[in-house]
Write a protein that binds this ligand. Structure first.
Ligand code: GLC
Length: 719
């Protein structure tokens, strides 16, 4: 039977309107609140649910499919082993993706996630982690991208674009200013509107513009004392008002706190209702409508937003399959290529790397490198068949494991090195390890730092055992390479004693092969740090971390009514490298830093300021002997010091030896501007600005000055 919404030539909005009019009140409310579709305790799986984060019933008489939602940005997960035997490709962490500074890679890997979700029957992917890495110890930094709003927004946006190209809706999350995990449900992120607009909100704004995500997910936290899921400033004023967002807002799982207040503030769906005090968007919301507290038009708007997003990505015209074909080997290779581009070479004294092939004896140590590579914990943990699962943490009533994904660096090193012997030791027995290390031509030592949803790293240090091991091995064999598998920046107390260090992040299903490729030179590393590496916690705006048990106020963290208020106005929009610039501190490694096996020169930097914006042009040359990729970074700041240098444009450029390329970039005007709270607009002050073409945030070797005219721009607001 042909449905009315199937008429040719209708827009997604028109089709959504038709379906909303045809739906019963029961059918509407069935979409506004639903349980987690993972059995907790002896709860059965909802009838029709595949088994995943969420399920909402289809409307077969109208030809509308069920809504099946899965996590997350790094691949299709099976939390709580809800789909035993389910395989999936694990992408590298989002930090690694951002380290590629390559939007095209974000789109390609996003499409991989979307295709696997579609083939498994999912039409919504809870992806698009776009919180700024404001807290370097944050438990979910591996799911976020960067400390910079431009890099974060662009990379998240292209990833979302890739997912949605496969007829799967993507979210962006967790809106907004949700940088820490410990105490995430009792923490209020407090900062001014201007600081928020110029940092965390700008990242989401750009991600929304680039990716057009079908849904947005607010975080568990409060923002300036209001829960994000019922924060009218965030949801109605900024997202749906200023940004004209047409999709739907779904709460995080167990993060809804009211019926009428949340509905009127802009929340459209209560997710994971079985984790909340009550199914607010079921009976309580129906009662609020009956009382006239919430107009029926708001209920229709909620459902219309969902339908519109599903129509726009084609999820209704192309219903997701069940057990569709997935080319896992092709996907694994793409995951490897991503990892190859995002691994960062931090140190390479005397060009120790790449290692010579054909050694007699290589020793590989630690981090279960004989089995695989580390992944972050929680709802985003992808568990390919063959993963090593160790005890992790319990959250939301579900056991989440510490997972090593099956891409063994040891076997990849055996394949790539051509060495006669490549042995492995866990590193647990120090004496045995040192005995073997002394005999080796080279030692490749893997150091891991596991992070997970629901808890932050306690400090920035690797474990004492690992730091002790690294120091001891360096003392017996100077031919030592340390490979870091971390969920964010870490301190490196032994850095002076170790000649070569690479940051491999959580490198995903092709991570072992990517690491081996960099170590033995098949790959020229081109990753650049998307986050600063502090020299110590003392350098941070908030050296003291959140203590969820704390009922007493701490400096910058007053406790009121059980809520811990974190004063992020300390740094405001000067997150990460901007904080280091403002305070004149030198990090261990700056944002944007990364070494290469070749060399590059930068020249001919010019800048023009026209009505349509500021443009720069420059030339890059590969002055070395092998192909490589440079990441050009443009930083801008006013000469009067009104604000510190901000990343305003970037581009990854691949160059053959001797090749010279002219590059032209346009600077993001909202990075040049500041948000004026009185005028409620972006304002660029007239004056002289420094424009730097840097290899990283601390490099000011090539700059020009330019005069920029005053400019004011903002949002069309209904008067
Ligand atoms: C989790 C996460 C969110 C995830 C959701 C469903 O608690 O905060 O990112 O998408 O619940 O698993």
């Amino acid at each position: 039977m042909t449905q009315e919404w199937q008429q040719a030539g209708l827009t997604a909005d028109q089709r959504a309107d038709i379906v909303v009019k045809a739906m019963t009140e029961e059918e509407k409310f069935a979409w506004l609140s639903g349980p987690m579709a993972i059995p907790l305790g002896d709860e059965p799986l909802p009838e029709g649910a595949i088994g995943s984060a969420a399920y909402y019933p289809g409307i077969s008489r109208l030809g509308i499919p069920a809504i099946q939602q899965s996590d997350a940005s790094l691949g299709v997960t099976a939390l709580g082993n809800v789909r035993p035997g389910d395989n999936a490709t694990a992408l590298a962490s989002s930090l690694l993706l951002a380290a590629t500074f390559n939007p095209e890679m974000a789109e390609r890997t996003g499409a991989l996630v979307g295709q696997e979700a579609f083939a498994k029957g999912f039409n919504v992917q809870l992806a698009g982690g776009a919180n700024l890495v404001r807290e370097p110890r944050g438990g979910r930094n591996f799911e976020y991208l960067s400390e910079d709003p431009l890099l974060t927004g662009i990379m998240a946006g292209y990833s979302v674009r890739g997912i949605q190209s496969q007829h799967v809706v993507s979210t962006v999350k967790h809106f907004a200013v949700n940088p820490q995990e410990t105490g995430r449900v009792v923490v209020s992120s407090d900062l001014s509107e201007a600081a928020m607009r110029e940092s965390d909100l700008l990242a989401f704004e750009i991600a929304n513009e680039v990716g057009q995500p079908g849904a947005v997910m607010p975080g568990y936290n409060l923002v300036n004392g209001e829960w994000a899921s019922e924060n009218a400033f965030l949801l109605n004023e900024v997202l749906k008002g200023d940004w004209r967002y047409p999709g739907w807002v779904m709460s995080d799982w167990g993060a809804t706190h009211s019926a009428a207040k949340a509905a009127l503030a802009g929340l459209d769906v209560q997710s994971g209702a079985n984790l909340d005090q009550q199914a607010w968007f079921a009976e309580p919301l129906r009662a609020a409508v009956a009382r006239g507290d919430v107009p029926q038009s708001r209920i229709d708007d909620m459902v219309r937003r969902i339908l519109r997003s599903l129509f726009v990505v084609g999820a209704i015209d192309h219903p997701a399959q069940r057990h569709g074909d997935i080319d896992y080997m092709a996907h694994r290779l793409l995951a490897q290529r991503e990892a190859e581009q995002g691994i960062v070479l931090l140190k390479n004294s005397d060009a120790m790397l790449p290692l010579r092939r054909g050694a007699k004896q290589i020793l590989v140590v630690g981090a279960h490198a004989d089995h695989g590579v580390l992944a972050g914990g929680g709802s985003s943990a992808v568990t390919p068949v063959g993963s090593l699962r160790l005890p992790g943490v319990d959250f939301m009533g579900i056991q989440t494991d510490k997972v090593f994904q099956p891409s063994s660096p040891l076997w990849a090193i055996r394949a790539e090195s051509g060495a006669e012997n490549v042995d492995f030791v866990s590193g647990d027995n120090l004496d045995e390890t040192l005995k073997q290390a002394k005999k080796a031509d080279v030692v490749i030592l893997f150091a891991e730092e596991w992070r997970s949803e629901a808890l932050d790293a306690q400090g920035l240090a690797l474990s004492d055992e690992q730091n002790t091991l690294i120091t001891a091995v360096a003392a017996v064999n100077p031919q030592l390479v340390v490979v870091l598998e971390t969920g964010g920046p870490v301190t490196l107390p032994w850095i002076e004693q170790v000649p070569a260090v690479i940051e491999a992040w959580y490198p995903g299903s092709g991570g072992g092969e990517a690491i081996a490729g960099v170590l033995f030179g098949r790959v020229n590393p081109s990753g650049r740090l998307p986050v600063s590496f502090p020299a110590s916690e003392a350098q941070l705006p908030h050296p003291q971390q959140v203590d969820p048990e704390s009922t007493t106020s701490l400096p910058g963290m007053p406790v009121k009514g059980g809520i811990i208020h974190i004063d992020y106005q300390v740094e405001g929009s000067d997150v990460g490298y901007r904080w280091f610039a403002r305070t004149g501190q030198t990090p261990l490694f700056p944002f944007g830093f990364g070494l290469s096996y070749t060399t590059f020169t930068r020249a001919d930097l010019q800048a023009t300021a026209e009505q349509e914006g500021v443009q720069v042009s420059f030339t890059l040359t590969n002055s070395g002997a092998r192909a490589g990729a440079e990441v050009a970074q443009i930083y801008i700041s006013p000469t009067d010091g009104r604000f510190v240098p901000r990343l305003a444009a970037f581009q990854r450029v691949e160059l053959q030896p001797g090749e010279c390329r002219q590059v032209v970039l346009t600077l993001e005007p909202r990075v040049i501007a500041c948000w004026d709270e009185q005028q409620q607009a972006w304002v660029i002050d007239a004056g002289r600005y420094d424009i730097v073409l840097g290899q990283h945030a601390s490099d000011v070797s090539l700059s020009v000055q330019i005069d920029i005219a005053a400019r004011r721009f903002g949002y069309c607001r209904a008067e």
